[in-house]
Design a protein around this ligand. Structure first.
Ligand code: 3HC
Ligand code: NAI
Length: 646
């Protein structure tokens, strides 16, 4: 197949890249672009060139599949330089996304036109690398240093309208992009903009770079690419174009071979594999036009907010009128918070809330496509809810439980048509956290399972299929992680050293700080429940603290002490006394060894989970940890860490 073709519209040549699925810059595309430049320069009938792409997007970047292999010529910087220096001006016509190498190609063009819904960006840092074909060097020349620093070090794409404001593109084409771009090309003025490589770069004072470096280092916690990208941007303002290009390319090639880049590539492909399990290919999903949530507490309100964010009308069912009011107030608090943080306008927040009907009457659910139960974690309460749902809901409605630890098979017992029942395990806060564990029972039918995955897509979540066991994938590993952290403390390692080691590893919080924030009582009650049911659950150090009233920040202390109104953790003498007799004399362990112990414990539990078939792929376990538990993305997840490449 020819991946780069040339068509003619009078004196305008239209070069089309057609390399599905996302027009990545494979060797064949780079070669095709170089050949097109040569052919069109040699053609006296051509006045200008429009560069466009077939399919759903403009060029989405370098081909990530080629990153593990030695680079093959022609190299991208050379292809872009050929476009930039061509005798005929090239005009990029962008639809979909112009990302990474794709935006770098557009930077080599004299003009960048875009469809209104298009976006542009340099997301290389999200793959552990820096732009490798002039992205840093040309962007500072096009849009100034501040815009370039933001674009390159965050990796976040920007939509066309914003891109115009930032000076990253020239204009938006309404209507048909190709014909609009051809018309633009036909009407070019004699005087063309100077190629970016020939423009001077702005310079910035030393303090600007110091501040930027400090802010980025604080944000990235050990991730190297954003700081290296900043170094490239700085160099782009301090030396000539060719030297800056050479510095950027060397940085790119070095990082491409790094462990962090391998980890981030692993996550990139894991995220794309997870939403489309092979056995569900071609299975028709059930409709998802509206939804209901039973229970408007922490999780129910968060789930309802997630539905509203995705545009679904929601019915919220609670036990009584006062609880309905509380549930709606919980939802309002979520939207108010979004307004406060500037994520939502007041008008939008009102509209979100207006799309929720609160009720105590299950009859309101007669026409619901999907119902999610998020009531108390008690089997009898949940069964009562599903009795009602079995009575009132449509036969093809999907009925889901958000249980954390109960066995979904037991919850579904007695439900008519159990094929439509499934576990959909959200994470708190449910409107923010990206993970959705999808837990079918042996009776769940394929259409219901496929609808679970479709729901994840609709809500912008990362779906991972999990089998039934205590805690599914995530909470089961969490339990093992916490147990190993306690084992270190029993061995004499200071609580604060364990937390500091995991922060240094890249978590936002260590295991004990995180428990203090979330509350120690939830896991305690779960252990007590198991003990009451006759199971042999050994006493944990956390149990000792909860029995002494130390449930975490909300009680002024847990693993640490807290002062009123202050979330800073202070080592606690009371904890030392309570745990005295359970802890060996102080034994220092360095941070790397602590992190290694805890990550290995997570991975060993992950291996057991895989062996039992509770997870389908090691990479799914990594996604659970990254999107549900704050495992640093650039470390690739616990399973990646213990793999030969990790
Ligand atoms: N290379 C190779 N394959 C890619 C790719 C890339 N850059 N980007 C996407 N794909 C593949 C995916 O793996 C997926 O394959 P599959 O169907 O076999 O699973 C397929 O394309 C579709 O991808 P998505 O599911 O992500 O499709 P969406 O329509 O949801 O999103 C997109 C499209 C916004 C373009 C998204 O794919 C994306 O963000 N891609 C990554 C873009 C990127 O990071 N580019 C920078 C690369 S690094 C670079 O360019 C270096 C340069 O500076 C030298
Ligand atoms: P919560 O206590 O904050 O909320 C439960 C809500 O259910 C309350 O508002 C209560 O009034 C309502 N409720 C109780 N019985 C009801 C009934 N019969 N009909 C209608 N409403 C009823 O509890 P939370 O934390 O929201 O948990 C709910 C479920 O989600 C539990 O199964 C829990 O295990 C699970 N879960 C909790 C997570 C968390 O971090 N809190 C994370 C993931 C799942």
């Amino acid at each position: 197949m020819t991946v780069v073709t040339i068509a003619r519209e009078g004196k305008i040549a239209v070069v089309t890249v057609d390399n599905p699925p996302v027009n990545a810059l494979s060797q064949a595309v780079r070669q095709g672009l170089c050949e097109a430049v040569a052919a069109l320069d040699a053609d006296p009938g051509v006045a200008a060139v429009v560069l466009t792409c077939a399919g759903r997007t403009f060029i989405a970047g370098a081909d990530v599949n080629e990153f593990g292999k030695p680079p093959q010529p022609p190299h991208l910087p050379d292809a872009i330089s050929a476009i930039e220096m061509a005798a005929k001006p090239w005009i990029a016509a962008i639809h979909g996304s112009a990302l990474g190498g794709g935006f770098e190609v557009a930077l080599g063009c004299r003009f960048r036109l875009a469809a209104r819904e298009a976006s542009v960006g340099l997301p290389e840092v999200t793959l552990g690398i820096v732009p490798g074909a002039g992205g840093t060097v040309r962007t500072v020349r096009l849009a100034g240093v501040e815009v370039a620093v933001d674009l390159v070090t965050t990796g976040k794409p920007v939509r066309a309208l914003r891109a115009i404001e930032l000076g990253l593109i020239d204009r938006i084409v309404e209507g048909d992009l190709r014909s609009g771009a051809v018309t633009f090309a036909e009407n070019l003025a004699d005087e063309l903009p100077v190629p970016l490589s020939l423009r001077a770069a702005p310079s910035m004072p030393e303090t600007f770079w110091e501040n930027a470096e400090g802010a980025i280092a604080k944000r990235v916690r050990g991730e190297i690419a954003p700081l290296r990208a900043l170094a490239c941007l700085r160099r782009a303002t301090e030396v000539d174009f060719a030297s800056a290009m050479a510095f950027e390319r060397t940085t790119f090639l070095n990082l491409r071979a790094s462990k962090q880049a391998a980890a981030l590539r692993h996550v990139f492909f894991a995220e794309r594999a997870a939403p489309r399990p092979a056995p569900l290919a071609g299975i028709e999903t059930r409709p998802l036009r509206n939804a209901a949530v039973i229970g408007g507490g922490t999780m129910g309100a968060g789930i309802a907010a997630a539905f509203r964010d995705a545009g679904l009308p929601v019915i919220l069912i609670e036990r009584d009128d006062a609880a309905v009011e509380r549930g709606l107030a919980n939802l309002k608090a979520i939207f108010d918070g979004a307004v406060k943080r500037g994520r939502l306008t007041e008008v939008a927040a009102e509209a979100r809330l207006a799309g929720v009907i609160g009720s105590t009457d299950y009859a309101a659910l007669a026409d619901c496509d999907l119902v999610i139960e998020a009531v108390f974690e008690e089997l009898s309460v949940k069964r009562q809810v599903f009795d009602e749902l079995g009575r009132v809901c449509r036969a093809d409605a999907v009925l889901a439980t958000n249980t954390s630890y109960l066995d979904p098979r037991e919850i579904a017992q007695g439900l008519p048509r159990p094929g439509r029942f499934i576990g959909l395990h959200f994470f708190s806060p449910a409107n923010v956290m990206k993970l959705l564990e999808i837990v079918p029972t042996p009776e769940t039918d394929a259409a219901t399972l496929a609808t679970g995955f479709a729901l994840a897509r609709l809500l912008g979540k990362v779906p991972v299929r999990a089998g039934i066991c205590e805690g599914f994938i995530g909470n089961r590993i969490l339990k093992r992680y916490r147990a190993e952290a306690e084992a270190l403390v029993r061995q004499g390692v200071a609580i604060a050293d364990v937390d500091a080691a995991m922060r240094a590893f890249g978590f936002a919080m260590g295991p004990f700080e995180a428990q203090d924030l979330g509350g120690l009582d939830i896991a305690f009650l779960q252990r007590e429940g198991a003990r009451a049911a006759g199971l042999d659950v050994p006493e944990t150090l956390g149990d000792i603290l909860v029995r002494a009233g130390r449930k975490g920040q909300k009680t002024g202390g847990g693993w640490y002490d807290y002062k009123p109104g202050d979330r800073r953790a202070h080592p606690s003498q009371e904890v030392d006394q309570l745990l005295h007799g359970h802890i060996k004399p102080a034994a220092a362990l360095d941070a790397a060894a602590i992190a290694d112990r805890l990550v290995s414990a997570m991975a060993r539990e992950g291996e057991a989970i895989l062996a039992e078939g509770v997870a389908e792929r090691a990479s799914d376990i990594d996604l659970v940890e990254i999107h549900g538990y704050g495992f640093p993305r650039w470390r690739g997840g616990p399973m990646f860490c213990i793999s030969p490449g990790g």
